[in-house]
Design a binder for this molecule. Structure first.
Ligand SMILES: [Zn+2]
Ligand SMILES: [Zn+2]
Length: 266
């Protein structure tokens, strides 16, 4: 299997992208130059009529996110383009429902946006034990949404790089991991292999976070029969297409073409 897709990339429509060059025309051009075959745009979304949005999410509604359709260039340079979204599940509210999901080619629900305190994560839950448990509970619950295609970064907690090795060890030890992986495999939903999983591969030194921690979790997911997609989660042009760099890890994990979620195969 050659990695030839980058699913879950953000454009300048996402409020956390600070790169005005991060627009579809530039991104498609770069993807074509890198030899990618499929791109999945996934800007942050909270649908207008659905309750529970935070102030950060509220302006990023479907009308805002779907502006991307007018931004697409006429010439897609041979790239297959999917218009998706990265919405949110807070444990109480979800930023998308079945009806709104029809507006998109795919829907991802993220795990681990726990930097959104008292929105996605209750502030009293702070220890690695509590965070790893919350991540698995949310992942398991998110799989019940029958309109989603997969989970964005289900094994990564934002803002916790100092203790990610510890969190991964706790995830591996948890009884809930098997429940989560078996459920994802049974439902044939896609688990993301995100650039953020591998600090060393992308040249970062992190004393408390090593690529091996995620590789161990992903090999358990592979053994459970899960499906996957690769994602740069790029918010700027330099990161776009950096999924290609994960090829050696894909081989190490023995991920075959048929282990990729069908919609995301190119
Ligand atoms: Zn995310
Ligand atoms: Zn994202």
């Amino acid at each position: 299997m050659r990695i030839n897709h980058d699913i879950h990339i953000h454009t300048f429509l996402s409020n956390c992208s600070s790169d005005p060059e991060q627009v579809p025309a530039n991104m498609i051009k770069q993807a074509a130059a890198l030899g990618l075959k499929k791109l999945g745009f996934a800007d942050h979304l909270w649908c207008k009529s659905l309750p529970g949005a935070s102030n950060w999410y509220r302006p990023q509604d479907e009308e805002h996110v779907l502006q991307i359709k007018e931004q697409l260039p006429d010439d897609l340079m041979g790239i297959e383009v999917l218009i998706g979204c990265e919405s949110e599940y807070t444990g109480e509210y979800c930023g998308i429902d079945a009806k709104h999901a029809e507006l998109f080619d795919f829907v991802l629900i993220p795990g681990g946006h726990f930097h959104m305190v008292d929105f996605v994560r209750p502030k009293e839950l702070q220890s690695p034990e509590e965070l790893s448990n919350l991540l698995l509970e949310r992942n398991i619950a998110s799989l019940d949404f029958d309109f989603i295609d997969g989970l964005a970064h289900p094994f990564y907690i934002l803002g916790q790089t100092a203790v990610m090795d510890q969190i991964c060890a706790l995830l591996r030890k948890s009884d809930k991991l098997k429940i989560f992986l078996d459920k994802a495999a049974e439902k044939q939903l896609s688990l993301e292999i995100n650039r953020g999983y591998f600090p060393q591969l992308y040249g970062r030194e992190d004393a408390g976070f090593h690529d091996e921690s995620l590789l161990e979790l992903l090999s358990l997911a592979k053994a459970a029969g899960c499906l996957f997609h690769f994602s740069s989660d790029a918010h700027n042009l330099p990161d776009l297409g950096s999924t290609l760099k994960m090829q050696a890890y894909a081989e190490q994990l023995c991920i075959r073409e048929e282990d990729i979620y069908p919609l995301f195969r190119a």
